[in-house]
Design a protein. Structure first.
Length: 323
């Protein structure tokens, strides 16, 4: 019987899918490097969430044929090392798109409507808050969507159809014709998008070309009073530069669900930045999304172990044979 090691818990529906295919499932004692490396030896497959999987663990797993990323991103997995070893890497990019897109608008509305500050005002009895607070609307605003994958497309569609926003898209893969056919306008460059958009939402994958793509210069290029949202990967932006821009009042606010380091250090500058809403990487964690993601990644694990080709939105590897 094949064995799938989980570095972190997944929805029971995913476990049921694996067990129905004759694959035993074991949860790691704790998602820590040494513990996972010690417990991975008998695994034919691994499913990991934010923990990822390092080369050290792969080297101690002679039976390992496939690594599954519970979600879209694979940057926490050493894909290059897996490829060298002939270990397939698969992800689950589809199931959580709606949940993440909804979270984008939850952050967007909370910032535009000043919900955190309004809540604090109500609790202290300050019902004159409405006379001095700058409360905004979404209708008619320019929404800049950076990245036009499944989640970026959904955010763009909701912005246009749900809030009558004017949507500007930056994409490396989709051409102008495709973007315009979808009903949006293509940005000529990142700086052109930043200069025009009232709200910027990041949906790029993390790779060398996108790491730190929003830094001090890009933040200065944004419209005064703009809002920045990041539900993609924390390392897409310079957190210290963003905190400075918020303190200086150049941006109206920022909403972040992802960070350079999860479990932020107490000295993280974003913790003290004004008009900044932080959520602990929960955008894709609605119950429906967790169930769908677990079922999707379990299905891909089952397929690879059955000898089918790996499916990954990104780098690919073919499963290795038993050694």
């Amino acid at each position: 019987m094949s064995l799938c090691l989980l570095t972190e818990p997944i929805h029971p529906a995913g476990i049921e899918r694996l067990e129905a295919a004759g694959i035993a499932v074991r949860l790691a004692t704790r998602p820590e490097a040494e513990i996972v490396a010690a417990e991975i030896a008998e695994a034919d497959a691994v499913i990991t969430r934010g923990f990822g999987l390092a080369a050290q663990a792969m080297d101690r797993a002679p039976r390992l044929k496939v690594i599954g990323s519970h979600g879209v991103g694979t940057d926490a997995i050493d894909v290059a090392h897996a490829t060298r070893l002939g270990i397939a890497v698969v992800n689950s990019p589809e199931a959580n798109r709606q949940a993440v897109a909804e979270h984008v608008f939850a952050l967007m509305l909370a910032l535009a409507k000043r919900l955190a500050a309004a809540d604090a005002a109500a609790r202290r009895g300050d019902f004159a808050f409405k006379h001095h607070a700058s409360i905004g609307d979404l209708a008619g605003k320019v929404l800049g969507v950076v990245g036009f994958g499944g989640i970026g497309r959904r955010v763009a569609a909701i912005g246009r159809a749900g809030f009558a926003m004017k949507v500007l898209v930056l994409s490396d893969s989709a051409g102008e014709g495709e973007i315009e056919a979808a009903g949006f306008r293509r940005a000529a460059s990142l700086h052109a998008l930043l200069a025009e958009a009232d709200i910027v939402s990041l949906h790029r994958t993390l790779r060398p070309a996108t790491r730190g793509m929003i830094g001090q210069g890009e933040l200065r290029a944004m419209r005064p009073g703009a809002i920045l949202l990041n539900t993609a990967r924390g390392d897409l932006l310079d957190e210290a530069a963003l905190a400075d821009a918020l303190r200086q009042g150049r941006l109206a606010g920022a909403g972040l669900d992802v960070f350079a380091q999860e479990g932020m250090r107490k000295d993280c500058p974003l913790l003290r930045a004004p008009n900044c809403i932080l959520t602990p990487h929960i955008a894709g964690s609605s119950q429906a999304a967790l169930r769908g993601t677990a079922e999707e990644i379990a299905g891909r694990i089952v397929a690879v172990l059955a000898g089918e080709a790996a499916q990954l939105d990104g780098p690919r590897a073919s499963p290795r044979s038993d050694r």
